[in-house]
Design a protein around this ligand. Structure first.
Ligand code: MG
Length: 169
């Protein structure tokens, strides 16, 4: 287990909100494994978790997480004004700001991230299928894109680190 004792208040908030909304580090690491397993020899879940933790240490990622989750929660409580309330609560496909916020995460480790993001967004493995289950009454309009983007960024980071044979920032 990696230690994160020097995490900022922002990082702690982002991590605890993911957890509260039903997303664990292992859920995201599973997606990274799903994306990278065929390209990396001897890939372990620990490797995947390591890269997820590194992505979560980035300020721009933390900001995207707290912004997106806040909007999901407000939509769930019906506290937004129309037409935003409806757009977010029904996950209207033309709204698109959920994806734009996710792109700020995908961007962090370069363009392979976009390919990975597009791929899991279509396939919706693991936690992404769960977050897209509309029968729960919960709103995950932002969260599903955030989680896919974190996994895609961690996956790019892992690929870059493996190619350079060293860890990167
Ligand atoms: Mg969405």
């Amino acid at each position: 287990m990696e230690q994160h004792t020097n995490a900022t208040a922002l990082e702690k908030k982002a991590r605890s909100w993911l957890q509260e909304r039903g997303v664990t580090i292992d859920d995201i690491a599973d997606l990274v494994y799903y994306l990278q397993n065929k390209y990396q020899d001897n890939l372990t879940m620990d490797d995947c978790r390591h890269h997820v933790h590194k992505v979560l240490m980035k300020r721009e990622v933390q900001n995207a997480i707290i912004t997106g989750i806040q909007l999901d929660v407000l939509a769930e409580k019906k506290l937004l004004e129309e037409p935003l309330q409806e757009a977010i609560s029904i996950d209207e496909s033309l709204y698109g700001v959920d994806e734009i916020i996710a792109f700020s995460i995908v961007n962090v480790y370069g363009s392979i991230g976009f390919t990975n993001y597009g791929y899991i967004d279509k396939q919706k493995p693991g936690i992404l299928a769960k977050l897209n289950d509309k029968s729960t009454g919960q709103c995950h309009t932002f969260l599903d894109d955030l989680v896919g983007a974190i996994a895609a960024a961690a996956s790019s980071r892992l690929a870059h680190s493996a190619a350079n044979d060293r860890d990167i920032d």
